[in-house]
Ligand binder design. Structure first.
Ligand code: ADP
Length: 657
């Protein structure tokens, strides 16, 4: 505020007439109070003041002055310093300090004094609110000039005050805005130290402001992000704004994600620091993370599910295609996504599907259809069509879940066939039983007859033939029974070569007769096998006899055994594998090979079928019994053969209970 005394000597009386008239008009609205104990002074003052156009009031001492001020509210007071009852100085003090005079406190006051300047403590008087000094004696022009100028000064003062108030208000507003902003705001100096942090950021960190002021901002940041945050700060110091994400650590040791916008503060052409406006995006981050996880989860379910899954939009364009769908239909996901279904399927297939896809039913369960895959393979598909609904319950597309049920179809056909075979078997075994009795009768009669005919009689030979043929038929029937009515295996632990030796003892003569050498080889630590002795014996007999039959010109029969860990998939009669894997187990791996005629590719498919035989005297039951026994032991049998070179049967025999 201007506290310098004003000695203004310019006279405004010399203004052009119009302006002078305006000035006088203005003056006529103002009341001047002259306070002096000197009557002459009052009289002169009154004359000068009224002549200039101002209104005039007078008082004779300080007390009267204050009273008049309150009552008449003069616009300006000319106050004598030295007065009885109450001096000018005391008036100023009262005005400044007494609450009673508050309404008139702002009235501009000009002190009139006859004293020399240095005898009065001017500084003190100005501090009490004095506007100007006028030293007596003064001229009339001088007085009016001072009064005019004090008014101008007063006006300026008022405006100044108003301006200051406004500035303060805006400052408050901004401060308030920054303090209580929902954003986190902080200011850094050129060294990256906190100059300011707003209330929001304080609340987030859990510390009071003082903890941060003057500290490097990195002390707030998670160690892993400090380097990155610092680089961004340094970029900002070159005058560029940065947006980045950093993690900060709160008092409770919680990590929050701040999306931060760092802006340089320019001062006199250089960057003096940075102001950051940040937002806590932790919640958003968590949500994003959750959404990502959910998406992954969904994706992995869709991808890993055994069914083919395909989604279509309302225009029947493919929007997704999982890996089972790829497997079944032979297309890769990126070959079909975005394409209309019509382009992917062959015309007839699409036309068969279309009415189902356009159907308005809620869900179409368990339909079946034959489709042609990319590689022109026919697959039998079981499928379900479900509308895809968005969260506002509007239809946005179609979900098709499907499976390749070709194999199941084939199995069904197989089961039906087996069923027929089984009932045929039951019938046949009934007949076989009926045949055995009369056969036994024939045999007994033939034997009795043989005994009665003398030795050397050529008729005996006929009877011997009858008995041999009856024996053969009986043998056949026994074999048939063990196929038709197998008994469950009674299993114990045995050494493999124990069983093999029993078998080779039985077949020794037959092998020698056919010029066949037998070789066996067992791995030293071969585990015991857990099997039914008699059944495995029968398996070996059947395999050995087949091998001997296959080498009419002689050859080598070889048995090799070692141990192996395997996961067996069940094999059906025709060498097809059904996907029923069991756990990996320890087996004895037994290979029986011959150097015989071998089996043709075509026959290889059929050798395990009951009644399949290529031998004139064969029953075709040997291998089907072998197969059945191995299956009941939960073992495995495989065959490899090269025509003209030989055949190898591979058995996996269980070693565990
Ligand atoms: P069978 O011996 O009474 O014919 P099998 O079921 O034991 O009945 O055998 C079926 C058919 O499999 C045989 O007729 C033969 O054609 C073929 N076969 C089996 N083992 C061999 C082998 N080691 N070498 C060549 N062919 C074989």
């Amino acid at each position: 505020m201007a506290k310098r005394p004003l000695y203004i000597t310019d006279s405004r009386e010399q203004l052009p007439p119009e302006e002078l008239a305006m000035l006088r008009k203005e003056r006529s609205t103002k009341i001047i109070l002259l306070v002096d104990d000197d009557e002459d002074m009052l009289e002169i003052g009154r004359k000068i003041i009224t002549a200039s156009g101002y209104q005039f009031l007078s008082a004779r001492n300080g007390r009267e002055c204050l009273k008049t001020m309150l009552e008449k509210r003069p616009h300006l007071v000319l106050l004598d310093l030295m007065m009885p009852i109450m001096s000018g100085h005391e008036v100023l003090k009262e005005l400044a300090n007494n609450i009673q005079y508050r309404p008139v406190r702002e009235t501009p006051i000009i002190m009139l004094t006859a004293k020399m300047e240095n005898q009065v403590n001017r500084q003190e008087l100005f501090e009490l609110g004095l506007s100007a000094f006028l030293v007596k004696p003064f001229g009339s022009k001088e007085l009016i000039n001072v009064i005019d100028n004090v008014f101008i000064l007063d006006e300026l003062k008022k405006r100044n005050k108003e301006l200051e108030r406004k500035i303060r208000q805006t400052e408050y507003k901004y401060q308030d805005l920054i303090e209580n902003a929902t954003d986190l705001i902080f200011i850094l100096n050129e060294k990256g130290r906190f100059l300011f942090i707003n209330r929001r950021l304080m609340a987030l960190t859990g510390y009071i402001r003082d903890r941060w002021l003057g500290k490097d901002f990195r002390s707030l940041v998670l160690p892993e992000d400090q380097e990155m945050a610092w680089q961004n700060f340094q970029k900002t110091m070159t005058g560029r704004s940065r947006i980045f994400e950093m993690r900060v650590v709160t008092k409770e040791n919680k990590v929050r994600y701040l999306s931060t916008n760092l802006n340089p503060i320019f001062e006199e052409g250089r960057v003096s620091g940075a102001v950051a406006i940040a937002r806590d995006v932790t919640q958003q981050k968590k949500l994003e993370q959750q959404i990502r996880e959910l998406k992954n989860f969904n994706e992995s379910i869709i991808q890993s599910i055994g069914s083919g899954l395909m989604t279509l939009d309302l225009n029947l364009k493919i929007t997704s295609f999982n890996s089972s769908a790829e497997e079944i239909l032979g297309y890769k996901e990126d070959q079909v996504v975005g394409k209309p279904l019509e382009e992917i399927l062959v015309k007839e297939d699409f036309e068969k599907l279309l009415p189902i896809l356009n159907g308005n039913e809620q869900s179409l369960m368990n339909r079946e259809i034959d489709l042609t895959t990319k590689n022109n393979r026919k697959v039998h598909i079981g499928f379900t069509v479900t509308p895809r609904i968005d969260n506002r319950n509007r239809r946005v597309g179609t979900i098709i879940a499907f499976r390749d049920i070709s194999q199941i179809k084939q199995m069904q056909a197989e089961v039906i066939r087996m069923d027929r075979l089984a009932s045929l078997g039951v019938l046949a075994s009934g007949i076989a039983h009926e045949i055995r009795n009369p056969l036994a009768g024939i045999k007994t009669v033939a034997q009795t007859l043989e005994e009665e005919i003398e030795e050397g009689d050529p008729k005996r030979e006929y009877l011997a033939r009858i008995i041999r043929q009856v024996n053969r038929m009986d043998e056949l029937l026994r074999a048939f029974f063990s196929y038709a009515r197998p008994r469950p295996p009674v299993r114990k632990f045995y050494r493999l070569h124990e069983i093999v030796h029993e078998v080779t003892a039985l077949l020794k003569q037959r092998m020698e007769k056919n010029n066949i050498t037998f070789h066996e080889n067992y791995e030293p630590d071969l585990p015991l096998i857990f099997v039914d002795f008699h059944q495995i014996q029968q398996v070996l007999i059947n395999l050995f006899i087949n091998a001997i039959d296959a080498m009419p010109e002689g050859g080598e029969l070889r048995l090799e055994a070692k141990q192996t860990y395997e996961t067996i998939q069940r094999v059906d009669r025709r060498g097809r594998r059904f996907p029923v894997p069991t756990r990996s187990m320890l087996y004895a791996d037994v290979r029986i090979s011959d150097t015989g005629m071998g089996i043709s590719k075509e026959n290889l498919q059929k050798i395990f079928d009951p009644f399949f035989t290529t031998k004139s005297q064969g029953s075709g039951l040997g291998l089907s019994i072998v197969y059945r026994i191995i299956e009941e032991h939960r073992g495995d049998i495989q065959v490899e053969s090269v025509e003209g070179q030989g055949t190898t049967f591979r058995l996996l025999l269980p070693t565990e209970e």
